[in-house]
Design a protein around this ligand. Structure first.
Ligand code: FES
Ligand code: MG
Length: 599
């Protein structure tokens, strides 16, 4: 045994394309602090060579799993295989915790913490001796938070998600995350099941570790990471407990080291072309309405101009190919067996509909090279491009006197909704009606069963639920009608300045920007106002004259929001922008490529 301090800098081996930034801490004899940096990292049993060798990159593992974050907790196991891959490729792994963001547990909403996790990870990636990072993603907001930070700092980075849970079953029937909650709530409201049965049904959908097994925000955002080129091809859909997931963790660790040695940074991958590919993929998978918020945010932090108009331009006319819940029938195990995201991309490429097959990815190859020819293995689950589940299945971006932007997910418009609202012979794509307004989800839950003005044709408005109003923006726009109307099979259109769960099958008009709390028109509506939505013209208007609108604003004054409960809520509210702009802190977007600019 020799001392951990005895070592000789190897002369052989791959040279990094640029000097490793970790060696500014660990191998800079001119810096008096260097010994101090080194000694404290030796105390964990590391040897000098592992941290000071000029050809050995230090790879961070951004750990989002913990007991508080059960969707991602399996990462605590998977990180062991990530470490193995990093070591095998000649790197040294440094695992560290990220601020937890558990979608189903954080009050008032997990989205409030996306920017907190983003800011804290920026500080870690910038301020510590890391050459590259493996981003362990999964639950909804973890994926955008980590990608946003990697974009700002711009050190080599690669994503790996925890993988979806196994399929849930009730008897022989598939029950998926989120969807089972919405269905069961309807049954509970209609008095068809008890509270105990409700709890039991909902639990059936979560039979293993992993993230939601439907195409909710988690599956969507991890597909987006892969479609952007930031995760290994085929990785996003592997169920959490499949052995392939461990192998994928190993390969991801290996590839992280290579990305550092090749000096491939997020800015080399996250181009406008990559975002356009991701938008196309989002339509084809029936992705969550949270995707435009998070992708617009990532784009802002890497310096790419991306708007909700791009989402409609690139995505609306494409078809839905993936038959999984909430837009379809199956769950993530079938999605994975049918070929996962590469099969979706291959179908788009073969039809000439992937905007940029030449976009570069972390695999070292282009998206086209990664996926071309990997067509669907099971055409019930991933449908061929020429026999899709639905044509024109992307998001519409609506505008008018009600707001400057709001998204509608057309792939979840049900036959019943179409029949009730979009079937007038002379005007099939428009509907109008009186509004019933709710100031937040608490008022909705309190009043929905007792209000006498809510009938078939009423348009439900949820306001005060945007980024400033309900700090972080609540997932509450998909309101269900009163029990009496549900029994008659009546659906009601919903519009709001909040978000809705990606697992919801409601064709709500949501993410309305500006929100009520920043002066948006939704904040000035009164019960009974008539509004008109025209999907052909992409318009959403209130039937008030400009003079009436001015008078209404003078009468009601600024929209009131609740007081802050924590210091972070105050900071967040003071800095945050609109959902259509990604709900980012504008001041943060001026810090670009900080690892290159500030060392
Ligand atoms: Fe965590 Fe859906 S709640 S992934
Ligand atoms: Mg959610």
């Amino acid at each position: 045994f020799t001392s951990p301090l005895d070592w000789v800098e190897p002369t052989e081996g791959i040279e990094p394309a640029v000097p490793l930034r970790s060696k500014k801490w660990f191998n800079s004899p001119e810096d008096d602090m260097c010994a101090g940096y080194v000694e404290r990292f030796l105390n964990g049993g590391l040897t000098m060579g592992e941290i000071t060798a000029k050809k050995k990159p230090i790879i961070g593992i951004a750990q989002t799993g913990s007991d508080l974050a059960p969707c991602n907790s399996h990462h605590v196991q998977l990180a062991k295989r990530v470490r193995d891959g990093i070591l095998a490729a000649g790197g040294t792994p440094f695992e560290f915790p990220c601020h937890p963001i558990q979608e189903t547990a954080k009050r008032p909403t997990a989205a409030l913490d996306r920017n907190l996790a983003y800011l804290s990870l920026v500080e870690v990636l910038f301020g510590y001796p890391l050459d590259g990072v493996v981003l362990l993603t999964g639950c909804d907001k973890t994926t955008p938070a980590l990608l946003m930070a990697a974009a700002t700092v711009n050190i080599p980075a690669i994503c790996m998600n925890v993988g979806p849970m196994l399929n849930g079953y009730a008897g022989s029937r598939l029950v998926g995350s989120g969807g089972v909650v919405w269905d069961s709530r309807l049954l509970l409201s209609a008095g068809k099941i008890t509270e105990a049965q409700y709890m039991q049904r909902v639990s059936l959908s979560a039979p293993s570790v992993g993230h939601c097994n439907t195409m909710g925000t988690a599956s969507t955002m991890n597909a987006m990471a892969e479609a952007l080129g930031m995760a290994l091809p085929g990785s996003a859909s592997i169920p959490a407990v499949y052995r392939e997931r461990g192998a994928c963790a190993y390969q991801t660790g290996r590839r992280a080291v290579e990305l550092v040695m090749e000096d491939v940074k997020p800015s080399d991958i996250l181009t406008k072309a990559a975002f356009e590919n991701a938008i196309a993929a989002c339509t084809a998978i029936g992705g969550s309405t949270n995707a435009p918020i998070h992708l617009n945010a990532i784009a802002k932090h890497i310096g790419v101009d991306l708007t909700c108009d791009d989402w409609e331009r690139v995505g609306y006319h494409l078809p839905l190919l993936l038959n999984i819940q909430p837009a379809g029938k199956y769950l993530c195990e079938e999605y994975h067996r049918a070929g996962g995201l590469p099969a979706i991309m291959a179908e788009l490429i073969q039809a000439g509909k992937l905007p940029h097959p030449d976009a570069m990815t972390v695999s070292g190859q282009t998206m086209g090279d990664n996926c071309r020819g990997d067509l669907t293995n099971d055409s019930r689950v991933i449908l061929p491009f020429d026999k899709p589940l639905m044509e024109e299945a992307g998001f519409l971006n609506l505008k008018g006197t009600l707001f400057d932007s709001a998204i509608m997910k057309t792939s979840v418009i049900s036959p019943a909704f179409r029949e009730q609202y979009l079937s007038k012979p002379d005007d099939p794509m428009a509907f109008e009606g009186p509004v019933a307004v709710f100031d937040g989800p608490e008022e909705y839950h309190h009043d929905i069963e007792t209000r006498k003005d809510i009938k078939a044709g009423t348009i439900l408005i949820m306001r005060g639920t945007g980024p400033k109003g309900y700090p972080g923006s609540a997932e509450v726009v998909n309101m269900i009608p009163p029990g009496e109307l549900i029994k008659q099979g009546v659906e009601l259109p919903c519009i709001g300045d909040g978000r809705q769960s990606g697992t919801s099958g409601s064709p709500s008009i949501l993410n309305a920007s500006p929100e009520a709390a920043t002066g948006g028109m939704l904040g000035y509506l009164k019960d009974g106002d008539i509004i008109r939505i025209d999907l052909n013209k992409r318009t959403a208007d209130v039937k008030l004259t400009p003079e009436e609108i001015t008078a209404r604003k003078a009468e009601l004054g600024p929209y009131k929001i609740p007081t802050n409960q924590t210091p972070w809520q105050e900071i967040f509210r003071n800095l945050v922008g609109e959902l259509s702009e990604g709900m980012v802190f504008d001041m943060a977007t001026k810090y670009q490529r900080v690892a290159q600019v500030h060392g």
